[in-house]
Design a protein around this ligand. Sequence first.
Ligand code: HEM
Length: 270
Amino acid sequence: MSQPDEKSRPATRVVKRHALLVRLTHWINVVALTIMLLSGLQIFNAHPALYWGKKATFDSPWLSMTAQGDRGVTYFLGKTFDTTGVLGLSEHDGQKVVQGFPAWTTIPHLRDLASGRNWHLFFAWVFGINGLIYLLSGLISRHLQRDVLPSPKDIKALPRDPHLRFKFSKGPDSLRYHPMQRLAYSGMVVIVLPLVILTGLTMSPSMNAAFPGLLDLFGGRQSARSIHFICAVLIVLFVIVHVLMVIASGPFNQLRGMITGKVSVREDQP
Ligand code: HEM
C-alpha cells in the first residue's frame, strides 16, 4: 500500500497563542454574557418600552413592543412594524402570549421578573469580577497594550487590513491581531462592556444613593436603561461578526487556540 508523500504536506508547527488567564476569562465572559442577555430580556419584558430622559414618558417611547388584537407590533423611531410571532405577541406551549421578546429567548422561560433579576444580578457579579481580572492581568502583563489596543499605526493600516477582504493567513501572520480585530476587541473591552456595567449600576437604587452623579452622567434612569439596551444589542452584533470571522478564518485551529492555548501555524505562508 502506498504511503502519503510526506513532502507534499505543508510543514506546520504548533505554537503557544493565548495565555491561560485570557482563555479562562474569555469563556467565563461568554457564559456570563449569555445568561445576562437572556435574563435581561426577561427583565425588559416587564415593561417592553424604552425612553430618553429622567422619566418614562409613556406616550413617546423610541422603542416599544405590544399587541394590537392578534398582531404583535413593534414601534421603533416613529415607524411601526408587524412582528407577530416574535416581538409583542408570540406563542408558548400552543398559547398566544402578549410579551416583548418570546419565551424561548428569556431566562426563565415563563414570565418571572424576580427570578430574571436574580439570574441577571448574580451573573453581573461574575461578569464584573471576571472583567476586572482580564483588564488588570492584561495591563500588568502588557497583553492589552501590546496585542489588543490599536496604535496610530494600526489605524493607518486599517484600509489595507486583509481581514476586511476576508483574507486570513495560516502562517506566522495569524499569530497577531490585525487592525480591525484590535478595534473591535478594544471597542468591546474598553467602551461597550464598561458602559453596560456603568448603566446597569445607574439603574440600581442603592448605587443612586451612594453615587448620585451616575444618574446625571447618563441623563436619568430612562436614558441609562436605553443605553444599557443599546449596549446589549452591540454585544450581540459583535458576537455574530466575531463568530463568523472565527468560522471564516479556520474554526478548529482558532477554537483550539482559545481552549488549549496552542495553534498550528503553516511554515509555507507569510
Ligand atoms: C460573548 C461574547 C464574546 C466576547 C465579548 C468576546 C471577546 C473576545 C475578545 C476581547 C478576544 C480577544 C482576547 C484577547 O486576546 O485578549 C476574543 C478572542 C477570541 N474569541 Fe471571543 N468573544 C465572545 C464570544 C466568543 C464565542 C462565542 C466564540 C466561539 C466561536 C469566541 C471565540 C474566540 C476566539 C477563537 C478568539 C481568538 C481569536 C484569535 O486568536 O484571532 N468568542 N474574543
